[in-house]
Design a protein around this ligand. Structure first.
Ligand code: SAM
Ligand code: SF4
Length: 360
């Protein structure tokens, strides 16, 4: 089957002026004209799973606690992002963000912030759902708007092999709790790997459609343990669509996807109907529409998941910098954002930090 995935337009690379802020207020613009409004905050680099595509089984070097941002430091940077730099969405991630005990406090304080047009900012969580059954309601009460929950298989043995932990039942409990307390839509993220979980594609689609969740299949990216990723082992978006087409009738959804990474498909079968997203990060990069800025657990700004340099706002903060100076440094860091992630370039070099240490 031949499929068409929407390709984002790469904007002009012509410099559009220096990213100067006025008295520390402005926007996170880069030299290609993209403006970052979506902040990803990694709240910890630790995790209770060890997904093979994300972390090695052993030997991770954790960020020492004194190097990690405190709650007050995280919240100060989020306030600077929203109040001075025009950020409108904050997504909490990791590592596993539910391992941060103060998550509810951080969410509640962030949810009080307003965008420049006076609307509440949008708050979101990316999580493996372990333990969410006990915290879904408190997180919702704290003002969390959206959840993306990761699940790569419905087979307990495969879950154990893939995450190196026997926790499938807990993950499903967490997903069901998110639905029960009213998060809508609950999105489920699935990374598809050759010879590992291709046979889960259709069962996961049924699982999500049955529950009214939006499943998003993600192409595996070279951001996990070193030398693990091989292009020829990657399951492409086209292949995933081909697998789904054997069970479902699929038509591209007409809604424009904007800066959202997933191309949406309307899927129907005699029993199910809904929407499934395909995130073709490798074969159809969406860098041209990227509106993200990332803050690591230890307070560094990364202008791209695949960036090779970082700017430590923690060091500035701890040296006594005021908010305007920190905002300037953040804007400067984003100004240097590369046009694309470069995965498809033969000279591509994987960054030193893995996904769990950057914040997915
Ligand atoms: N622990 C949380 C979770 O798993 O949802 C949040 C952090 S995790 C790094 C964020 C997302 O990144 C997950 O959906 C995970 O599947 C995805 N991810 C991790 N490594 C990846 C890789 N090499 N390629 C594509 N996606 C990856
Ligand atoms: Fe943990 Fe998420 Fe990485 Fe899996 S993908 S090891 S759950 S951080």
């Amino acid at each position: 089957m031949s499929v068409q995935l929407a390709m984002p337009a790469i904007r002009s690379t012509a410099p559009s002026g220096q990213p100067l802020l006025r008295e520390g207020v402005g926007e996170l613009r880069d030299q290609c004209g993209r403006v970052a409004k979506d902040l990803r905050v990694s709240l910890t680099d630790r995790c209770n799973l060890r997904c093979t595509y994300c972390m090695p089984a052993e030997g991770m070097e954790w960020i020492p606690s004194e190097e990690a941002l405190s709650d007050d430091e995280v919240l100060r940077l989020i306030r600077i992002a929203v109040n001075r730099l025009g950020v409108e969405q904050v997504r909490f991630t990791g590592g596993e963000p539910l391992m941060r005990r103060s998550l509810e406090h951080i969410v509640a304080e962030s949810a009080k912030l307003r965008t420049r047009t006076g609307k509440a900012i949008s708050t979101a969580l990316t999580s493996n759902a372990l333990g969410l059954d006990k915290r879904a309601q408190t997180l919702r009460n704290a003002g969390l708007n959206r959840v993306n929950l990761s699940l790569d298989t419905l087979d307990p043995q495969r879950y154990l092999a893939l995450t190196r932990r026997d926790r499938l039942a807990d993950a499903i409990k967490g997903i069901d709790a998110a639905i029960r307390v009213g998060f809508s839509p609950v999105k489920i993220n699935t990374v598809v790997m050759k010879g590992v979980n291709e046979s889960d594609v259709v069962p996961l689609a049924r699982f999500a459609l049955q529950r009214g969740c939006q499943l998003r299949f993600i192409e595996q990216m070279p951001i996990g343990p070193r030398n693990l990723w091989k292009r020829e082992d990657m399951v492409t978006a086209e292949e995933i669509i081909g697998m789904l087409s054997e069970e479902f009738s699929m038509t591209p959804a007409s809604v424009p996807r904007g800066s959202a990474p997933a191309a949406l498909w309307n899927v129907t079968s005699s029993a199910y109907q809904g929407t499934i997203g395909i995130i073709a990060s490798v074969t159809h990069p969406f860098c041209g529409d990227c509106d993200r800025t990332r803050l690591t657990t230890d307070g560094a700004i990364r202008n791209c998941l695949f960036a090779h340099s970082e700017t430590s706002l923690r060091d500035l903060m701890r040296a006594g910098a005021d908010d305007a100076t920190i905002a300037e440094a953040w804007a400067q860091a984003m100004w240097g954002k590369a046009l694309g992630h470069g995965i498809n370039d033969p000279a591509f070099v994987q960054p030193d930090r893995t996904m769990s240490a950057i914040g997915g």
